[in-house]
Design a binder for this molecule. Structure first.
Ligand SMILES: [Zn+2]
Length: 263
């Protein structure tokens, strides 16, 4: 296969230099146009807690949004709930949460902790991208200790490439994603360097209510204080960007090049 470069496959790849990235407001304005956005998460909690606010913000701006969950996160079940039952609870919570945000939801239902990174999984995500035609894709950053998150990052990169490859015949025609962003996640924090800050104030309360549908958010499944962490992280990111509440994103490196004849 004569592959184009990944940078070429990321559509128009509006790119900003390191110096331009010092202006968070300038970058945020580039996200203010209504767009079709797809969030692709290893687990439902990742989808809502780390991608849900940006998804809701894009919908609020008359765009559209879809959440693709690769697994149900069922093995995170607390001791008193069987794994299968917890998976169904996760599915129900995600259907309600995405409905609250006005987003579609798609489940691929790979077993939790066993999300594969291979041609089959990359092509399934490719097909979902071709079906929903997002302008923007949000997913995990690679600097994660969690194998499902690492595999999600890798297969989304391949899926975006495959989706835009016109010579790759699938049931739907090729679709080029314009922008690929990685989201901030406490489990994916190694070398995460945000460059784009999104004002989420308009959807902040709605996003919190959607997250509160999950036992994990309320601290009922483990030690980590998800609600405290992500609600306060939005305040911290808001302080740095001049918004009341903000989400911080990291651009794919292919989007960072800026071509200019003048500085
Ligand atoms: Zn996860």
């Amino acid at each position: 296969m004569n592959r184009r470069s990944f940078a070429q496959s990321v559509g128009s790849a509006v790119a900003l230099s390191a110096f331009a990235r010092s202006s968070a407001r300038a970058q945020t304005s580039s996200l203010a146009t209504p767009r079709r956005t797809m969030a692709i998460a290893a687990h439902p909690g990742d989808g809502l807690f780390t991608m849900g606010a940006v998804l809701a913000q894009q919908i609020e701006l008359q765009g559209s949004g879809a959440l693709l969950c690769l697994s149900m996160g069922e093995k995170g079940a607390p001791k008193d709930i069987p794994v299968k039952q917890y998976g169904e609870m996760q599915r129900t919570a995600t259907q309600k949460a995405t409905h609250m945000l006005g987003a579609e939801v798609i489940f691929l239902s790979y077993p939790d902790a066993e999300i594969p990174f291979n041609e089959e999984s990359a092509l399934r995500v490719c097909d979902a991208i071709r079906e929903h035609k997002p302008d923007i894709v949000l997913t995990h950053w690679s600097g994660s200790w969690h194998k499902d998150h690492q595999n999600c990052h890798l297969l989304v990169r391949d899926a975006v490439f495959y989706a835009g490859l016109e010579t790759l015949a699938r049931s739907r025609p090729a679709h080029s994603v314009s922008k690929l962003f990685y989201v901030e996640n406490w489990e994916d924090a190694s070398n995460f360097v945000p460059d784009t800050y999104v004002d989420i104030e308009a959807v902040y309360e709605k996003w919190l209510k959607a997250c509160d549908l999950y036992p994990m958010w309320r601290g009922q499944t483990g030690f980590f204080r998800y609600s405290d962490y992500y609600s306060n992280l939005s305040v911290l990111r808001g302080c740095l960007s001049g918004f009341k509440h903000a989400a911080a994103l990291m651009s794919d490196p292919s989007q960072r090049m800026q071509r200019s004849q003048f500085l």
